[in-house]
Ligand binder design. Structure first.
Ligand SMILES: [Zn+2]
Length: 248
């Protein structure tokens, strides 16, 4: 059962002109999951399926560039319920904090909240998830997702920490944020990774392939890729709308 990933949006903390913030459609067989749902993602998602056809939504964390479109996805679910297109609530797996942010997303019991915590594994259809807390300004989880046929790791948002390379070890595909450029800001990068740091993590983890994402709309993507290539050869930048086969 092939595992594949479609990039719906790849910017943060706000989109470039015509772009969207973080959102990824993960599929294996007929199980379809949405990972993160930033602004612009709902529009792109509907090129592939109706939002009420999703098995579940997972959020790495509750910053708006990862969850803003859930506020309008609720209205699509409301429409679906009124027309009996989907009866059961859509499972929403997310870190429980900040609880005020999570509560804000809820509407007419259209979502069924399933709190995620690091160290508690989760199985959804053919996908086996494990989570680790990253180093970010809100509680944020990186995800390690395994099926019988492949291993996919998503960094979420994070600055560098040693445990991430171990967590990503052996991934067929490592989707890693690269919001920053080296030497920028004049100090230790906070909250996010440089493309070079993402590439060093990929090398340390021995992943097969690195995909950079979470681009800052005002920073040079060409320079980002150049900085990453110094440390890891099998690196690409995601392209919005593109589907990537994870299964080797
Ligand atoms: Zn973000």
């Amino acid at each position: 059962m092939k595992m594949k990933l479609t990039v719906l949006g790849c910017y943060g903390p706000y989109p470039a002109a015509g772009g969207a913030c973080s959102g990824y459609l993960l599929e294996a067989g007929d199980c379809r999951l949405l990972i993160d749902c930033g602004n612009g993602v709902l529009s792109r998602l509907q090129r592939h399926l109706k939002p009420w056809e999703l098995e579940a939504v997972l959020l790495s964390h509750l910053h708006f560039d990862h969850c803003a479109d859930l506020l309008v996805l609720r209205y699509a679910l409301d429409h679906a319920r009124a027309r009996d297109l989907r009866r059961r609530p859509l499972p929403l797996h997310a870190p429980p904090e900040p609880s005020a942010e999570l509560k804000r997303l809820l509407y007419k019991d259209l979502f069924e909240i399933k709190p995620l915590s690091p160290g508690e594994p989760l199985t959804l259809g053919p996908f086996n998830f494990s989570f680790i807390e990253t180093l970010h300004s809100l509680p944020c989880l990186a995800m390690r997702i395994e099926t019988e046929d492949g291993l996919f790791v998503y960094s979420g948002d994070t600055e560098y920490f040693d445990g991430l390379a171990e967590f990503a070890a052996g991934a067929d595909l490592f989707l890693c944020e690269a919001n920053l450029l080296e030497g920028e800001g004049g100090g230790t990068p906070a909250n996010h990774l440089t493309a070079a740091a993402a590439a060093r993590l990929a090398a340390a983890a021995g992943v097969k392939r690195l995909l950079l994402t979470h681009f800052h709309p005002e920073r040079s993507q060409a320079l980002s890729l150049k900085e990453a290539r110094v440390h890891f050869a099998a690196v690409e930048q995601v392209r919005e709308g593109e589907t990537y086969l994870i299964t080797p």
